[in-house]
Design a protein around this ligand. Structure first.
Ligand code: HEM
Length: 126
C-alpha cells in the first residue's frame, strides 16, 4: 500500500483551504507583515493553496500553472528578516490552532514550514 501523503494526512483540500484562509486573515492583522503584503490577498491565497498542496505531496497544482516555484527567488523583492519569518510562522501556528489541526501531521508540516521560512530570510535585522 502506498504511503499516505502529508496532504492527505491533514485532511486534503477542505482542510488546506480553511488553513490558508485563516492564515491570511492572521497575516492581514500582523503588524510585522502588513507592510509587505498586498491589501487584497485573494490571489496570494489562491497561489498559496496551490503551492502548499504540492509542498505536502498532493497534486502539483502550483507548478502546473506557474512553473518551478523558485520560492527564495520569488521572495527576494520583499524584505524578509528573521523577525518577519517568525511572524509568518506564528500566523501559521495560530491558524492551525484556530482550525484545530492537531497531531503528528501538523507537527511534521510545521517543521517543514519552519525550515522553508528560515530559507526565505534575505535581509539582516535592522
Ligand atoms: C508570496 C512573504 C514565507 C510561499 C509571498 C509574498 C510575500 C511573502 C510578501 C507576495 C504576496 C503577493 O504579492 O501576492 C513571506 C514572508 C515569509 C514567507 C515574510 C516569511 C518567511 C513563505 C513560506 C512559503 C511561502 C515559508 C511556503 C512554504 C509563498 C508562495 C507565494 C508567496 C507560494 C506566491 C508566489 C507567487 O507569486 O507565485 N510571500 N513569505 N512563503 N509566498 Fe511567502
Amino acid at each position: 500500500k502506498q504511503q499516505e501523503s502529508l496532504y492527505e494526512a491533514i485532511g486534503g483540500k477542505p482542510v488546506l483551504d480553511r488553513l490558508v484562509e485563516t492564515f491570511y486573515s492572521n497575516v492581514k492583522s500582523h503588524p510585522d507583515l502588513i507592510p509587505i503584503f498586498p491589501e487584497d490577498l485573494t490571489e496570494t491565497a489562491r497561489k498559496q493553496k496551490q503551492f502548499l498542496t504540492q509542498f505536502l505531496g498532493g497534486p502539483r497544482r502550483y507548478t502546473e500553472e506557474h512553473g518551478h516555484p523558485m520560492l527564495r527567488a520569488r521572495h527576494l523583492p520583499f524584505t524578509i528578516t528573521k523577525k518577519r519569518a517568525s511572524a509568518w510562522l506564528s500566523c501559521m501556528e495560530d491558524a492551525m490552532d484556530e482550525i484545530e489541526l492537531e497531531g503528528p501531521a501538523r507537527e511534521e508540516m510545521m517543521q517543514r514550514l519552519t525550515m522553508t521560512a528560515r530559507n526565505m530570510i534575505n535581509t539582516p535585522e535592522d
